[in-house]
Write a protein of this length. Structure first.
Length: 630
């Protein structure tokens, strides 16, 4: 039986590329009320919403339209989408400044002399290290077009923390929930209030409990390990992770898994929302694909000390950004300028938004001066305090084939060092080992990403990590070059964070070890592959050795906070609570880089929620202006 991850990878042959070949519209020297840079979960909905409110909006997207590419549209093909050159941008990052530690990362990527990739720690002669692969999506809809569609409203403490930090109560969890209700079109039953008329389809996926005996046994054991009765298991699996439960931040054990897909398995995302809004031809929304924003244009505002964002310089052409695997350095693109009468809104994501700010003269003075970029605003926080969830897993092989179908079930766990639940995990018959070019396959090692039908894994996401020390810095002043990214994993709070992940692993072992091994057809014993080789229940790895494995092999794909919101007296706060870039006017950042820290387990839904909030903030500001003028 193929695992889910290896199965979907095989669907790559279904890809339909080059779906949008029309030339970008002529936008040179034109003026719109708003220019939004980036069509992902932050920028896409915001641009569509402002246009629906009657405002002329230009939405710039460096990629093209792959909404009908089967790798994208069918959510189960997400691995194929992540590897598809029509959608992916290849970033390579560091986890630390420790060269020896970086060299021990098992999926480190190298460029071979023939131009291909090598993945591993024993590269061929002449290969050059690229770093740790960190795929992003360069296409209409952004990373919501290649992710696994997991859709989780952050814990209440995450939203309330922004409200407390900024003194802006509109960020409270209670108030932010209305944006979830506004944007969603929920296709599942819940005792909590949900939206059913929004642009984002949400569906609760099958856990496999009803149809597969192995799923029933394993999920029931997990429920009991979380302190529930076996008879509670069915009701736990219908618990709504996006419900408004009392004390929801501390609810642990199995939950129903919510995903941004429709009941037919089609992906739902900002890409479709934008595409469909443009297609109606009734709203003033102009979409310019294959258009790479290169610099924010500023103008003086008379006697005011702050400069105003007045437009964007751009290059038009396919695959101009060097992270695009199809990029050709000899292609120059068509340069142009476009103007905004009201605001420029940057929504390029946690890597590209700070890069564009830096190229435009907004960021740490020392870095700007290093590249001889005129300083528009000295903001030390741009590209600093980059945050990310840590991800790891406990992978084991059962005594026989694991029959849970292609289903997974989500679980929450609270460690001894967590103030609230701090581990989210999903478990099933799969092997998810991180990211590298071609994942989950490693051809040179004859590895297909599939350990066979006996594999069983719980993949862990550590929420609310204590370290927030990542950096994004310019490589050059060429806007087509990728920035230099160092996530600085575990730089701060390593003991607590590693303890949380280790305890999550131990918790999974605690219920896997309770599978009755005396039955001849039992799943047990489980032979663990990592982080501790051996038969579960009989291993002798030390906690220190396992924590070291986790520290060196953890991966991630939830970058945030590189141009974050913060209090007025916080020198690293790039934005105020209304997404406005400090020390200038007419410029906002609305995307994952805006969050003070990683929001919960998966940033995609909260980023869509802040897009809706930003819509309200901007429209309310316009209404206030008009009221004052009357």
């Amino acid at each position: 039986m193929a695992t889910l991850l290896s199965l979907v990878f095989g669907f790559a042959c279904l890809a339909l590329h080059g779906l949008s070949s029309a030339a970008p519209p002529d936008i040179n020297n034109k003026t719109y009320e708003y220019i939004v840079v980036g069509s992902g979960p932050g920028g896409g909905p915001l641009a569509a919403n402002l246009a629906k409110a009657g405002h002329s909006v230009l939405l710039l997207e460096a990629g093209d339209d792959q909404t009908e590419n089967l790798n994208v549209s069918q959510w189960v093909n997400f691995n194929a989408a992540g590897n598809d050159p029509a959608t992916r941008w290849d970033f390579f990052v560091k986890h630390s400044n420790d060269a020896a530690r970086e060299a021990r990362y098992l999926h480190r990527t190298w460029r071979r002399t023939d131009g291909g990739f090598y993945v591993g720690i024993d590269p061929p002669t002449g290969a050059k290290p690229l770093g740790i692969y960190y795929p992003r999506a360069g296409t209409l809809g952004g990373c919501a077009m290649h992710n696994g569609c997991l859709t989780m409203n952050p814990d209440d403490v995450d939203w309330n923390g922004i409200a407390e930090t900024t003194g802006d109560e509109s960020w409270s969890a209670e108030n932010m929930r209305k944006y979830l209700v506004k944007l969603e079109k929920a296709h599942y039953n819940s005792s909590y209030v949900h939206g059913h008329n929004g642009w984002l389809d949400t569906t609760m996926l099958d856990s496999g409990y009803a149809g597969f005996e192995d799923a029933r046994e394993l999920i029931t054991l997990a429920a009991q390990a979380a302190g529930y009765k076996a008879s509670d298991t069915i009701s736990l699996l219908t618990r709504d992770m996006n419900g408004n439960q009392t004390n929801r931040d501390n609810l642990v054990g199995p939950f129903g898994g919510v995903s941004h897909i429709n009941p037919n398995g089609r992906r739902s995302s900002p890409g479709y929302y934008v595409r469909d809004t443009v297609a109606k031809n009734k709203y003033p929304l102009t979409l310019s694909l294959d258009t790479l924003a290169t610099k924010v244009i500023f103008k003086s505002t008379g006697t005011a000390p702050r400069k105003k964002a007045a437009g964007i310089e751009y290059l038009q052409g396919k695959s101009l950004y060097s992270a695009d695997p199809r990029s050709n350095a000899n292609a120059t693109g068509r340069a142009g300028k476009v103007y905004a009468s009201r605001e420029v809104i940057i929504s390029g994501g946690a890597f590209n938004s700070p890069q564009l700010l830096l190229l435009s003269g907004i960021g740490p003075r020392k870095q700007l001066e290093k590249f001889r970029i005129p300083v528009i605003a000295d903001l030390p926080g741009v590209g600093q305090q980059l945050a990310d969830n840590y991800e790891a897993g406990i992978l084991s092989l059962a005594n026989r084939a694991v029959n849970v179908g292609q289903n997974i079930f989500p679980n929450f766990f609270k460690s001894s060092v967590g103030k609230i639940r701090d581990i989210y995990m999903w478990c099933g018959n799969f092997a998810f080992e991180g990211f590298w070019p071609g994942f989950p396959n490693i051809p040179e090692k004859n590895f297909t990403g599939d350990y066979g039908p006996k594999e069983y894994e719980c993949a862990l996401v550590h929420m609310n990590p204590r370290s927030q020390a990542g950096t994004i810095e310019l490589q050059s002043t060429n806007p087509r070059d990728v920035p230099v990214i160092n996530l600085n994993f575990f730089k701060d709070g390593a003991d607590e964070d590693l303890t949380a992940i280790y305890e999550g692993v131990e918790w999974v072992r605690s219920w896997l070890s309770k599978v009755n091994a005396s039955e001849p057809t039992s799943l047990a014993p489980f032979e663990e592959k990592h982080p501790c080789d051996g038969t579960i229940g009989k291993q002798n790895c030390t906690a220190a050795a396992q924590k070291m494995y986790i520290k060196e092999q953890a991966y991630s794909h939830h970058a945030s906070s590189s141009a974050r919101i913060g209090a007025d007296d916080d020198r690293y706060a790039v934005l105020d609570s209304e997404f406005k870039v400090r020390k200038v006017t007419g410029l906002r950042v609305v995307d994952a880089s805006s969050f003070p820290k990683v929001p919960g387990g998966f940033p995609v839904l909260p980023t869509m929620m802040i897009s809706e909030k930003a819509t309200d903030v901007i429209l309310q500001g316009l209404a206030d202006e008009q009221s004052k003028a009357q």
